[in-house]
Design a protein around this ligand. Structure first.
Ligand code: B3K
Ligand code: ZN
Length: 888
């Protein structure tokens, strides 16, 4: 059936199938079993007859035998919860097909054919938000990884590339705007009043990059002229009431387009770039070719409703999705095991972009903080996997911090080893060599080797071994040199008991504490299990600054004297190293206290050293506030758990929390005057002052430290900050501090905030999150009550995350000694799994860390996982995560 010539709505009303039952023991898919698909699909024509309740989909695939694959006598097309209403082969209706589980199998001779299938779907009933679904009266899609098979039958795998032509037809009052990938080539109105648009995407693409959107939308538009002089129409589509908050997204897109030309030599390749914001979305955004679909959270921003951090996140995600146009779309993945090929590389590209936009050191500190808080625990737990996994049951579970963030670190290491210029030669070769292909991580590594002229044989282990390497450091003075002896050890992870050494690039410098001289930076590469490096010495009391700017994603283990760390924190010429020294000081102090290893005298000395370091960063006039703010952030509790849980020692969340709050209170008390002075100075900086961002950051950080020592004073200051605020950063910061306090201003300002923003869902999300993340002693009861609030719904992922995911990330509430926090999160998983399995499964890793936690809490956590398992009838997503968490 040729969709271009059959534009009317098909007649008849056969039953439209609903979701298929979920298997209890889904099969394991292995990387080593990869085989190319037996058929090529050079072109795909789709026709959509759109309706919120029911949408008809007609698909016509031109297929031909794939000369690179074993011949097959059948064509297997993936489906998920759909049934064919009609099938034709070469224009003839046929019954010669069968369903094999969810898939449609059609016998086919080894020759070119045209296969057409008609089916129907129910977008409004689609609560999983995969495939075609309804959001706020509009229709939109999410296909990565395997959502396209919920729309129509297709070889739904990333190595089948096809050119798509799509007809969309629907009621113009419900769906005035019809968008799809590529360019609009025709449009019109039928006699019956429906309107239609036909879209053509000239770039062959895998099905996961397909997208359509139909709804009542308006655009903020501004053309971008590429370096070769082509004009690209750039649109950010939103609901009319959100239009005024779209300038930042549009400008971010333009900055990304320019940066990718300048830094990676990549130019955009269509005349149109559409971004659509939807409020029901499982993740941040999706890089569909020419038609990115975004969570509203990463599009809408203005100072009244979005914090400075929200502005940064919008810019970063817009950049990320834009950069995918080359690292992901022009070159895609051969199979889902190669996910880091596009995600690791694209995260690195967006990190480098944001470093250029916002300052290298601050961005690097933020990225390392995320890595430590989110990825290190993954690497140390039952769900550990290499950046290129070897097997999965449900690929959605592998969109992880390991694949994304560690994947970016691994490619960043390549860049550090060869230098920026040679790395660019490597990426140029990669883009040239594999353009239009579905490639592998191995292809990427080989291109960097060939383009940059480097041997990465041993380096490949970073792709196959899971676990965060531990690097121990010993130092000895020999004459006028310093000998640095480094050992590396990669811990065992599930399925990988024995590891081999990997190349670990480390930027180092040797300073002299006695002379106050700072040594030159040098790159060393630790490749063996143990290796010694001789470095020049500048003076007495050498202090080694190591892993500067975090050249390798490893844990450095060394026993440095606190004077040395205080010296590095105050003096190092690498701002990243300064923040690292402070972190190292705080980590060893807090873990020492929490594990009961410190005497009272050691505790007092450690506290005094940290207070000294804080004092000097507060007093350092040469420091920008943005950087000062980074120095004021203590290590996260999840990272402290990781450090505390080493060898036979387990993490004690209660002791860590008490130690960390105790340190905050000691800092707040000792530096009360300095912190108040900082708060006052920062409060005087105006919104549009270029220094305003840094000032807003230190303002709330100062308030939080004051609150730990003097709650009453902090409450007064926070209430005043709230009342005076002319922006969301200050307002949210003040409310964050108030939420943790027992003070009448807490309820008063929370109510005012809700009333002011009750019609803005993104800000109402903040209202939920602030309460779920709070340090208040009744946080568990607050979360229980909020789950009953009329604004709460399990159907909207942003709302679920704003309350329950925030709570799961609140160590105080989640790890409450009673086990209530664990029970609440398990209840959320059970309630959410039938509605939205992808989002439900995201809650499992928090409980899955039980093995690293002290025995009483560990058994409570494990008990909840067992309760989930025993409930049965779990989705593939949740089943995989829970079973791995119990086995691993
Ligand atoms: N590629 C998408 C993520 C899709 C997740 C599917 N479960 C967004 C991104 O990484 O840019
Ligand atoms: Zn991505």
């Amino acid at each position: 059936m040729d969709i271009a010539t059959t534009p009317t709505n098909p007649q008849g009303n056969p039953e439209i199938a609903d979701a298929a039952p979920t298997p209890q023991d889904p099969p394991v898919i292995r990387r080593e079993d990869y085989k190319p698909f037996p058929w090529l699909v050079p072109s795909t024509k789709l026709a959509f007859f759109l309706g919120l309740e029911e949408t008809r989909v007609s698909a016509t695939l031109k297929v031909e035998p794939n000369p690179a694959a074993e011949a097959a006598a059948t064509l297997r097309l993936n489906g998920d919860g759909i049934t064919p209403l009609a099938v034709t082969v070469d224009g003839e209706d046929t019954d010669a097909w069968e369903m094999d589980g969810p898939d449609l199998v059609i016998p086919l001779s080894a020759a070119p054919h045209e296969v057409s299938i008609l089916n129907g779907i129910k977008p409004s009933a689609n609560t999983q938000l995969m495939g075609l679904y309804a959001s706020n009266g509009m229709l939109c899609t999410q296909c990565e990884s395997e959502g396209f098979r919920r729309i129509t039958f297709f070889p739904d795998r990333p190595d089948v590339l096809s050119v798509y032509q799509v007809l969309m037809e629907g009621d113009p009052s419900a769906f005035p705007i019809l968008l799809c990938n590529g360019n609009k080539v025709a449009e019109g109105v039928r006699e019956n009043g429906t309107h239609w648009a036909e879209w053509h995407d000239p770039w062959p693409k895998p099905s996961y990059l397909f997208a359509l959107v139909a709804g009542d939308l308006v655009a903020n538009s501004k053309p971008f002229t590429t370096r070769s002089g082509r004009e690209v129409e750039c649109n950010v589509w939103v609901r009319a009431e959100d239009l005024e908050r779209t300038d930042h997204a549009l400008e971010s897109l333009h900055r990304s387009m320019k940066w990718d030309e300048d830094v990676f030599g990549r130019e955009y390749d269509l005349d149109l770039y559409n971004i659509v914001a939807v409020s029901d979305f499982n993740m941040g955004a999706m890089e569909n070719k020419g038609l990115n679909v975004f969570n509203t959270k990463y599009v809408l921003a203005d100072p009244d409703t979005a914090t400075d951090a929200d502005f940064d996140a919008v810019e970063g995600v817009i950049a990320h999705e834009y950069f995918h146009n080359w690292s992901g779309n022009r070159i895609t993945c051969r199979d889902w095991f190669q996910l880091s090929l596009k995600e690791g590389f694209t995260v690195l590209r967006d990190q480098l972009f944001s470093q250029d936009m916002r300052g290298e050191a601050v961005k690097r500190i933020e990225d390392v903080r995320i890595l430590r808080a989110a990825q290190f625990p993954e690497d140390g737990g039952p769900l550990a996997h290499p950046i290129r996994p070897d097997s999965y049951r449900e690929i959605s579970n592998f969109y992880t911090a390991t694949v994304y963030n560690k994947g970016a670190e691994v490619i960043r290491m390549m860049r550090s080893i060869v230098g920026e210029k040679r790395f660019r030669a490597g990426t140029d070769l990669y883009f040239y060599r594999h353009d239009g292909e579905a490639a592998t991580c191995e292809d990427f590594i080989t291109a960097i080797e060939d383009g940059a002229g480097v041997d990465l044989t041993q380096f490949r282990r970073w792709y196959s071994q899971a676990g965060t390497p531990r690097v121990t450091v010993r130092q000895a003075v020999e004459g006028d040199s310093l000998v640095l002896t480094l050992n590396q050890h990669v811990p065992a992870t599930p399925g990988q008991p024995d590891k081999l050494p990997m190349p670990v690039p480390l930027r180092v410098a040797v300073h002299s504490r006695a002379n106050g001289t700072l040594g030159d930076e040098k790159l060393i590469i630790l490749a063996d299990a143990e290796q010694a490096f001789t470095l020049p010495l500048d003076g007495p009391d050498p202090v080694v600054s190591i892993n500067r700017s975090f050249t390798a994603p490893v844990v450095i283990e060394r026993a440095l004297q606190s004077e040395d760390l205080v010296f590095l924190a105050a003096q190092d010429n690498d701002p990243f190293a300064r923040s690292e020294a402070l972190q190292e000081l705080a980590v060893s102090h807090l873990v020492g206290i929490a594990s009961g290893e410190f005497s009272a005298a050691e505790q007092a000395a450690g506290e005094a050293a940290i207070i000294d370091a804080f004092r000097s960063s507060l007093a350092d006039a040469a420091l920008e506030d943005a950087m000062r703010g980074e120095l004021m952030v203590l290590p996260s509790e999840t990272y402290l758990f990781e450090v505390m849980a080493s060898g036979a020692r387990k993490a004690d969340p209660g002791a860590i929390h008490t130690a960390r709050e105790g340190l905050k209170s000691a800092i707040g008390a000792a530096l009360a005057d300095e912190l108040q002075a900082l708060h006052a100075r920062a409060s005087a900086v105006m919104l549009d002052d270029p220094a305003g961002r840094g000032a807003r950051k230190v303002k709330t950080l100062a308030l939080a430290l004051i609150a730990a020592a003097d709650p009453a004073r902090a409450a007064t200051l926070a209430a005043a900050q709230y009342d005076a605020a002319d922006n969301m950063t200050d307002r949210q910061g003040a409310l964050m501090v108030l939420c943790g306090l027992d003070h009448p201003a807490r309820a008063e300002k929370l109510a005012a905030f809700h009333e002011r923003y009750s019609d803005n869902p993104l800000v109402v999300d903040k209202w939920f999150t602030l309460q779920a993340l709070s340090l208040h002693s009744d946080v568990i009861q607050h979360v229980r009550d909020l789950a009953e609030h009329p604004d709460f719904t399990m159907k909207n992922p942003n709302r679920v995350r704003s309350l329950h995911m925030a709570f799961a990330g609140n160590p105080k509430g989640f790890h409450a000694a009673s086990g209530e926090g664990y029970r609440m999160v398990a209840d959320v998983i059970l309630a959410l799994d039938p509605i939205n399995p992808q989002t439900a499964a995201r809650f499992v890793p928090a409980l899955g860390r039980w093995r690293r936690i002290e025995p009483v809490r560990a058994s409570l956590m494990k008990g909840e996982l067992e309760r989930i398992m025993a409930a049965g009838n779990l989705s593939r997503d949740t089943f995989e995560q829970v079973s791995r968490s119990l086995e691993g």
